[in-house]
Design a protein around this ligand. Structure first.
Ligand code: GLN
Length: 610
């Protein structure tokens, strides 16, 4: 199944065509300064691409094993950073591109510090820093580190190792030179030997692509879920790859391909597009700088064809992150309100403004959001920024939202940010940037509906004396009676029977036959949708002066929800059978026109929110 799906993928087809095209390129030579590397087949050519979702696409000799060589360097550098911390590592090895060949004998004048960990000198010094009680344990730790990236145990090609150990005089000279400068503080031979062994670890294209995908995925192996590198070190490793990974071609590479990468004289190249993919190519024919000729060509073409250059991005703007913008005149909360309250909201709801946000809040997108919020601020008392559909808030965006909220709060406005509770990094940043926010209502709502309900309540409270749900609302003042004549009201009162309900008592249950409608006299009533095996879902809360259970008067259908008294209350029960024909028509027309209004509002919301 999985294999079939991969074969059909457009990426797979693209890679096959690319492989076919680039296979004609026969420039370059096998590395010969390590004698054993000349036994490679110059025709070997594989490509693999691994995504941060853990999909791996492969073509050609993607399973052919070869020695990792210098591609080991950034990964061992990551291990050293994790072992010792950035300061101790930087004290020994710099991060400046050398612009010189990988095996150059270039050390910083005076200190003898190698310029960066990607040239041999820096890599040998880095390997000498790896923690461990014995050479065997250090090697074990390096192999285990690689295994976290590839997801399987790793082995050393003993022939290539022996070949390099026998002939690596230049590296030996470098190691001893660094010993002289105390960059390496103990006998350099065991560290040098470990370096030769790390370079001879066997990998294939698939392994390398996954190793790249781990770096793309913030240090976590996307297939196994195992963390290969602490998150804090990922950007450092990628940085030295992008400035120094291709040796004296590093500038040209970042210019044309635009991704951090690392090559090795075994013929491998791994490139990383952060957040997206790891790309690996294997072809042992090398150019004069020791980089795989086909490897460079493949990466150049993929980068161009898929527009992967890191500095070539089309970042989202506010248009993409604002899913909807509205105020409380246009969209109300799910809370059913009495007619008088709805009139108030229709008149003054523009004091409550909602931005329903989605996607990724980055610096650019958030900047234009903030701009728009400030432009539209006149008369706004409550600003609701709904993050429920936002997948990520970066650090800059979090700062901006914290600043905005603090400033608006300082002006006496209220900011509510529902849907933020599960965005831990965001919450942490806001708490840091604005400690007082913790005492405010800002994060107390899980969705914009509840935030809106709260804002409506407050607005209504400032505009009208609060309605006390324990206070009795006369039958004549019920919303159902607004258009009735005095005589009709009296007729309704004559057939109505007053019923008391204790807290939690049901008025009726879903599925029961319906033979009466109810007008609320006192207390709150909840309309609940029962869900098997779960707590019921609240559809709405009704208060005195509202009515319910009326639709079956027209439809004859059984009850479609439960209605339960919340804290105890009273209703007038009006039996359908007792309503005489004339009154029935008057009631139905009131019900229909109020229902039509509600439906029109819902249609408006639907259009707005999709
Ligand atoms: N082991 C090789 C060396 O030190 C690694 C060089 C490379 O891959 N560029 O020469």
């Amino acid at each position: 199944m999985a294999v079939k799906a991969l074969v059909d993928s457009p990426i797979q087809k693209y890679l096959e065509a690319l492989h076919g095209r680039v296979a004609d390129l026969r420039e370059g030579d096998l590395a010969s300064y390590i004698p054993e590397l000349t036994s490679a087949d110059p025709e070997w050519f594989g490509i693999a691409v691994a995504t941060v979702d853990g999909h791996v696409y492969q073509v050609g000799d993607s399973r052919q094993a070869f020695t990792i060589q210098s591609i080991s360097k950034p990964f061992v550098y990551g291990l050293a950073l994790a072992d010792l911390g950035v300061e101790r590592v930087l004290a020994k090895v710099g991060v400046e591109p050398s612009g010189e060949a990988f095996n150059s004998i270039s050390l910083e004048p005076g200190t003898g510090r190698p310029l960066n960990p990607m040239i041999n000198a820096g890599a040998i010094a880095t390997t000498c820093m790896i923690a461990g009680d014995s050479p065997e344990q250090r090697e074990q730790r390096i192999l285990e580190m690689f295994a976290r990236y590839t997801g399987h145990p790793m082995v050393v090609d003993e022939r290539v190792y022996a070949s390099e150990a026998r002939t690596g005089h230049r590296n030996r000279a470098l190691a001893h030179l660094m010993r002289n400068f105390d960059v390496i503080e103990t006998d350099p031979e065991p560290g040098l030997d470990l370096y030769f062994r790390q370079c001879s670890v066997l990998v294939n294209c698939r392994d390398l692509a996954l190793m790249g995908a781990c770096l793309a995925n913030n240090g976590v192996n996307p297939v196994t879920g195992v963390r290969a590198l602490p998150e804090a070190q990922v950007a450092r490793v990628l940085s030295v790859m992008s400035s120094c990974g291709m040796y004296d071609y590093s500038g040209g590479w970042i210019y044309s391909v635009g991704m951090p990468a690392k090559s090795g004289v075994g013929g491998g190249i791994v490139a990383v597009l952060p957040g997206q993919v790891g790309i690996a190519v294997f072809s042992p024919l090398l150019d004069a700088r020791g980089n795989s000729c086909r490897g460079i060509r493949v990466c150049e073409e993929i980068s161009r064809d898929f527009d992967l250059h890191l500095f070539h991005t089309s970042r989202s703007t506010s248009a993409a992150i604002i899913r909807a913008r509205y105020d409380a005149t246009l969209v109300g909360s799910q809370r059913r309100r009495r007619l008088a309250e709805r009139d108030l909201l229709a008149q003054h709801g523009n004091r409550v403004r909602v931005y329903d946000l989605q996607g990724e809040l980055t610096i650019g997108a958030t900047e234009s959001l903030v701009h728009e919020v400030l432009d539209e601020l006149a008369g706004v008392e409550v600003l609701i920024l709904d993050l429920a559909r936002v997948v990520n808030v970066d650090q800059a965006a979090a700062r901006m939202l914290a600043d905005l909220s603090r400033d608006l709060t300082g002006q006496g406005r209220t900011v509510l940010i529902p849907g933020a509770a599960n965005k831990y990094a965001f919450m942490r940043l806001v708490a840091q940037a604005w400690p007082q926010s913790q005492d405010l209502a800002i994060f107390q709502f899980s969705d914009s509906d509840h935030a809106l309900e709260w804002a409506e309540d407050r607005l209504i409270a400032t505009l009208a004396p609060p309605t006390d749900p324990t206070q009795e609302t006369a039958l004549a003042d019920n919303d159902l009676c607004v258009t009735l004549s005095g005589e009709e009201r009296a007729g309704l009162a004559a057939i109505a029977q007053r019923l008391e309900f204790a807290a939690g008592a049901p008025v009726f249950r879903t599925g029961e036959a319906a033979d009466a409608l109810f007008l609320i006299a006192q207390g709150r009533f909840e309309v609940l949708l029962p869900a098997p095996g779960q707590p019921p879902r609240r559809l709405s809360t009704l208060s005195p002066g509202m009515y319910f259970g009326e639709l079956p008067l027209a439809s004859g259908q059984p009850r479609s929800a439960d209605v339960v008294a919340r804290d105890g209350g009273a209703c007038w029960r009006v039996p359908f059978a007792a309503i005489e024909a004339g009154l029935k028509i008057r009631l139905l027309s009131t019900i229909a026109s109020q229902l039509a209004e509600r439906l029109a509002e819902q249609a408006r919301v639907q259009r707005l929110l999709g």
